[in-house]
Design a protein around this ligand. Structure first.
Ligand SMILES: [Zn+2]
Length: 250
């Protein structure tokens, strides 16, 4: 099982090399901004087709309204953000490069439709887009040599590449990026008029869910750093900013 997972990761990394241009890119960005938006959109569309949009219009409208508030706070850089609800019952949320962001219905239910909590979750995901976490990780992982080898090999079709990116966004962004998304998420939420202390309540909820059902919790929050560290980190940031609210008061 584990081995299978690693193999999958290797396939993801290898195949993503096919979407980059190698020539003369030493030290420069491998993936242009337009390309980032284009491949992210395609991957998002495929992911959406697989999982399906949620049927509840009210919830969809609420998420897109909160998302629009967060998107305004997160600019610049100016990405074409688009926030949608998938019908999946797992508590999850994902962001695709370029601005497609999905929250699962299971996540909306887990936070009882609370706008402050949803705002922070969307803002956390928005940070992964705005700070280009996925694309940069991809660029770091792609050695030029590997990319050349792959480009000389069989060229995958675009939809397969999109599917692979769909897998990549579900993987761990790594400790520093997650902390950054937690912090900037609070800042965006605060700027957009939501209570940023909701972050603490959401992280506590995740800790509880994860404790109850560790295998079922493969999400944005199942990765390192551990939730305890993230709660402490979030509280420290709120204290430093002098922000208190309904969910946490320093
Ligand atoms: Zn994250």
């Amino acid at each position: 099982m584990r081995r299978c997972f690693y193999l999958q990761v290797l396939v993801v990394i290898a195949a993503l090399a096919l979407v980059v241009t190698v020539a003369g890119c030493k030290g420069k960005r491998l993936i242009s901004r337009d390309e980032e938006i284009r491949i992210g959109r395609q991957a998002g569309d495929e992911f959406e087709a697989q999982h399906g949009l949620d049927g509840d219009r009210q919830i969809r409208a609420m998420v897109s309204r909160i998302g629009a508030d967060i998107a305004r706070a997160a600019k610049p850089p100016d990405y074409p953000y688009d926030y949608r609800v998938l019908s999946d019952r797992q508590p999850n949320a994902v962001a695709f490069p370029g601005g497609k962001i999905y929250i699962f219905r299971g996540m909306v239910d887990a936070v009882d439709n609370n706008p402050d909590k949803i705002a922070w979750i969307l803002a956390h995901e928005t940070t992964h887009v705005a700070r280009q976490h996925a694309v940069r990780r991809l660029e770091r992982q792609l050695g030029q040599e590997i990319a050349i080898e792959l480009l000389l090999g069989k060229k995958e079709d675009a939809s397969k590449v999109a599917g692979i990116i769909g897998g990549l966004v579900l993987l761990d962004y790594g400790r520093d990026n997650e902390y950054e998304a937690d912090r900037a998420g609070m800042a965006y939420a605060q700027q957009a008029g939501y209570d940023p202390t909701a972050a603490v309540a959401v992280l506590e909820l995740f800790q509880e869910i994860q404790g109850r059902n560790p295998n079922d919790f493969e999400i944005m929050f199942a990765t390192h750093p551990g939730n305890n560290d993230r709660i402490n980190h979030a509280q420290g940031y709120l204290e430093q900013q002098g922000w208190s609210g309904s969910y946490y008061s320093p």
